[in-house]
Design a protein around this ligand. Sequence first.
Ligand code: 13P
Ligand code: 13P
Ligand code: MG
Ligand code: MG
Length: 372
Amino acid sequence: MNRITISLIKADVGGYPGHVSVNPQLIKIAEESLKEIKEVSDLLVDYKVMAVGDDLQLLLSHKKGIDNKEIHKLAWDIFKKATNQAKKLKLYGAGQDLLKDAFSGNIRGLGPGVAEMEFSERESEPLIVFMMDKTEPGSFNLPLFKIFSDPFNTAGLIIDPSLHNGFRFEIIDILNHKKIIMHSPSEMYDILALIGSRSRYVIKHVFPAENSKLPKDEPVAVVSTEKLYQIAEKYVGKDDPVALVRAQSGLPAVGEVLEPFSFSYLVAGWMRGSHNGPIMPVSFNYAKCTRFDGPPRVIAAGFQISDGLLIGPLDLFDDPAFDLAREQAITIADYMRRHGPFEPHRLPMEEMEYTTLPNVLKKLKDRFLDVE
Ligand code: 13P
Ligand code: 13P
Ligand code: MG
Ligand code: MG
């Protein structure tokens, strides 16, 4: 079997201006570095450099499996190199996501986000790479549930018998560092009871059902679930998650994978990582976070994988079919903004714990008197 690993490793190493976008010089550094690595070593089969908002994205294909030291090290070194340039240009928050300085074998837990999966390449292997800015990993809960579980979204769940066995979701309890695997549709209600709390329970992987024709231990989707505030113990920007989703031939079709984004649902993040707002599907060209540092954005890059080569990307939201979702996002952004500092636009107190808000409360602490 032709096994391949796809690794998407991403970091904010400096914004331009503020938290809006990635400076083209940083993209060039990443591209040149990867080109050289591909030429002089056998580490990479292929690579693509992309960006959403202020996040630099390295998409790598290789034969080394997930959590590979050499692959993680090369990404880390590129982020370091880009950080040096970001510092020279005094870009905003240069090195923002490189939270720990000592690389010791794995980039997880150091700040960058990672979504990677190893699988046997099928006869034809469509892959969709989703990249979000100004939001958190739980923002993938709603679309992933719809893609793999909702027959009103995914016609194949009804029409195609090869999808009737359903799928298994691996869900992480971010607070307690525990995980659970649950089957859909048999445990659909229990799954929703968890993943509706999107800042606590996060879908990490989707696997085929036990009795599927596809290899049951090879993921069909994966999300980056690193929590920056847990690493830094303070607010350093939102996690700005990414996801890889495989499609077709016993899996949801590409159009079924994209369909949930025709609805601009609410996510947490946006300005200072402290506000609820609509997620807006945009083309690569519009992947810059402007209004109130947002609204939060998602881009979708379509690939066919051919013996590990990344054929693409096709800019999938560069399509008037998503115009209504964008219009809806703008309307909702306007509506939410008018709440100003009030919940539920601003996040609830528990979720503000790692921001600068507690410092305001600290300042006022001694002025509070007992109420008779
Ligand atoms: P597959 O079963 O080959 O994925 O075809 C389904 C399809 O093309 C739906 O658009
Ligand atoms: P990033 O997480 O994208 O750096 O955004 C941080 C922020 O505070 C935006 O207002
Ligand atoms: Mg930033
Ligand atoms: Mg960002």
